[in-house]
Ligand binder design. Structure first.
Ligand code: PLP
Length: 449
């Protein structure tokens, strides 16, 4: 299996190359050159454990990695989860389910991809003997999950940019209280989009990338999308058979990475009913799905900070398929959007994906209502999934553990939500570095470390 860029200006590459590079050299995002049909495997896969399912799925893509090695990489990646099902389902009512994706080491869904990515990197460094520098930008959870995926990996240095003061104090502690010597949390003055824009420019400097062995962990890395596909499969198999093919997956969304993974699984022939994109008040995607216009707005800090994003980088992958796999059209749309902050689609092919928007006031009300109605506590990101009226069975992806956002939870239900792993962090002295959000300053910092 080879992987192509959404912008079509580089030759196809192997799985390992796509994972090592993160962003393609033409600034596009990697995708499989053809999506496999999963239908023939569904019966056999239905009874596999999470790790077995993950291995079977990845074997279709990571064709340049030996199967036994792949098995080891996958097995190691799901040992730090605190639930035997890895991604358990809670049933709240006849037609309402929650897919709990917060049982990993940083208590957010990004652990699913980043634990695996850390082990893929380690295997690659062992194979090539070349050290790498990982650079990422985070609105909170990615950075923490990346750092924990790469902790203690020999030959890896991890640099994570995050907007100072705009991630939750506990998210910041997960990044800055690791006591690891190969981890550099970089606090920048600005928004997540500023951090991401600076990071993208650093990746476009190919000489620098080669010099430091640059690699990405943002949701643009292909391995992350594929790792996230697995819990959609696992959830599909665990839903009661009677509603399995009638259930809509509701996905709290920022960068569009999570929902893209589910949508790709559907495109690979798994009979998932459909998806709803659930945004917070940063609603560029909601507006797009409602109006067909993709228009940039200012980022407005919210109670669900990991979704405080306007430019949804993974949207480019969806666009590639929506525009009939035409990279020229993708380049035109991205370039118009970059220059004018807006793109108006003649006909936007939403492929049945619907959307909703939840502002801060509603987030608090929803946390309260869900607690009263079902005795279940949701975090502010997951709360966005509970917006509006439900039409038929729904499974809402719970993207973070509520204990990561204690202030919002106390304000909403007058009760604490705690988790032992977070209590331990409060004993450790944080280490972070202040850096300007410019490509020059970031490169200088990385060179000197
Ligand atoms: C990252 C994150 C999201 C958004 O995921 P995307 O892949 O960016 O759409 C939602 N909730 C939480 C808790 C997150 O960490």
């Amino acid at each position: 299996m080879k992987f192509i860029s959404t912008r079509g200006q580089v030759p196809p590459v192997s799985f390992s190359t796509a994972v090592a590079q993160g962003l393609a050299p033409d600034a596009g995002l990697y995708l499989p050159e053809a999506l496999p049909n999963l239908k023939p495997f569904l019966q056999e896969w239905a009874s596999l454990s999470y790790a077995e399912l993950c291995e079977a799925f990845f074997a279709l893509f990571a064709t340049d990695i030996d199967r036994a090695e792949l098995r080891g990489i996958v097995a190691r990646s799901y040992t730090k989860f605190d639930h035997a099902d890895i991604a358990p389902i809670q049933q709240l009512s006849d037609e309402l389910f929650v897919l709990e994706l917060f049982h990993g080491p940083t208590l957010a869904f990004k652990d699913f991809a980043l634990q695996l990515l850390g082990n893929l990197y380690e295997a690659q460094i062992t194979r090539t003997g070349k050290p790498i520098s990982v650079l990422g930008a985070t609105s909170g959870d990615t950075g923490a999950a990346a750092i924990h995926g790469l902790l203690g990996k020999v030959g890896v240095k991890t640099f994570i940019l995050y907007p100072d003061g705009r991630v939750s104090p506990l998210q910041e502690r997960q990044m800055t209280c690791t006591e690891a010597s190969n981890v550099y949390p970089l606090a920048i003055k600005g928004s997540f989009d500023d951090a991401q824009a600076a990071m993208k420019t650093v990746f476009e400097d190919q000489d620098f990338a080669a010099e430091v062995g640059l690699s990405a962990v943002n949701s643009i890395n292909l391995a992350r999308i594929l790792a996230q596909c697995v819990y959609y499969l696992s959830a599909f198999f665990r839903l009661p058979e009677a509603v399995r093919e009638e259930t809509t997956f509701v996905v709290p969304t920022g960068n569009f990475g999570n929902v893209l993974a589910g949508w790709m699984v559907q495109r690979m022939g798994v009979p998932i009913k459909g998806f709803r994109v659930a945004t917070n008040q940063n609603d560029i995607l909601h507006r797009l799905f409602q109006t067909g216009t993709y228009k940039l707005d200012a980022v407005s800090p919210s109670l669900a900070p990991s979704m405080d994003i306007q430019v949804a980088s993974n949207f480019e992958r969806f666009l590639y398929y929506a525009e009939d796999c035409n990279p020229e059209k993708v380049r035109e749309i991205i370039s118009t959007f970059k220059q004018t902050g807006k793109y108006v689609f003649d006909t936007f092919k939403s492929d049945g994906i619907t959307s909703s928007r939840t502002d801060d006031e509603e987030i608090g009300a929803i946390i309260k209502r869900v607690h009263e109605q079902y005795g279940y506590v949701v975090d502010p990101h997951t709360a966005c999934g509970f917006a509006g009226e439900f039409d038929g069975p729904q499974i809402i992806l719970a993207t973070a553990h509520p204990a990561k956002f204690p202030d919002t939870i106390v304000d909403s239900i007058q009760q604490n939500s705690t988790h032992p792993s977070l209590e331990t962090l409060k004993q450790i002295e944080p280490v972070k570095y202040a850096v300007e959000p410019t490509p020059l300053a970031i490169k200088a910092f990385m060179r000197s470390h």
